[in-house]
Design a protein. Structure first.
Length: 234
């Protein structure tokens, strides 16, 4: 595959040793890469059209979390965070600010490439469906990745969107956390269930008319989640 065909990836990483190897592996798979070795340089680049961002959490000038928030103000591009912090709380915090995935240093470049590909495959694979629920309270336009709550646009991260699609395409069916991880990520990433819970929490916050009485996503204790929206007639 020729360079650039697979997509354009922004690598935000201050350790040249790491950015070199990540770029090498991605370019070998047909990606075009751009490296920003500081947060300041990254800020100048984030409004350019990238298909995915690999973001190191520990940068010398700007916190990776801040950059992630800055990206999310204007874009829903998939973000994979790279971090030396291996605590699960850090992962969940990262997902809470809009990252789609995590790899923990030291990571295998091959695994990172697999994740990049999985995220891009998922982003492209949305069909031309339009789903409406509860008399138009929730509208999902799959083709444009557009979601509206009571007519107002809701901004979801790609992972939140895929999670919502996975649930909304099967109203009434209980899906386990593992099933959801597999449907959304395309593979089982260490099976840490709490990351699913963190995504669901964000999703509910955005789509539920009332947080305390969810009508779209119900928790089935000890099992997983069920989509309980009532499909609208066409
Ligand atoms: Ca670093």
């Amino acid at each position: 595959m020729s360079i650039g065909k697979a997509g354009r990836v922004l690598i935000i990483e201050d350790e040249k040793k790491i950015s070199d190897i990540v770029a090498l592996y991605l370019e070998r798979e047909g990606f075009r890469t751009v490296v920003a070795d500081s947060g300041d340089k990254a800020l100048k680049l984030i409004n350019e059209p990238f298909d995915l961002i690999v973001l190191d959490l520990m940068l010398p000038d700007i916190q990776g979390e801040e950059l992630c928030k800055a990206v999310r103000e204007t874009s829903d591009v998939p973000i994979i965070m790279v971090t030396a912090k291996s605590g699960e709380d850090d992962r969940i915090k990262g997902l809470g600010i809009g990252a789609d995935d995590y790899v923990v240093k030291p990571f295998s470049p091959r695994e990172l490439v697999a994740r990049v590909k999985a995220h891009l495959r998922r982003t492209k694979k949305t069909s031309g469906k339009r789903l409406g629920f509860n008399g138009g309270v929730l509208i999902i336009d799959a083709e444009n990745m557009d979601v509206k709550k009571r007519g107002v646009a809701v901004v979801l991260t790609p992972t939140e969107f895929r999670l919502l699609m996975a649930l909304a395409e099967k109203p009434g069916r209980v899906l386990s956390r593992l099933q959801l991880i597999n449907m959304v990520q395309g593979y089982d990433f260490e099976g840490y269930d709490r990351t699913v819970d963190a995504h669901i929490k964000n999703l509910r916050h955005k789509i539920e008319p009332d947080q305390k009485e969810p009508v779209f996503i119900k928790t089935i204790y000890g099992v997983g989640y069920k989509f309980t929206g009532i499909p609208d007639e066409d």
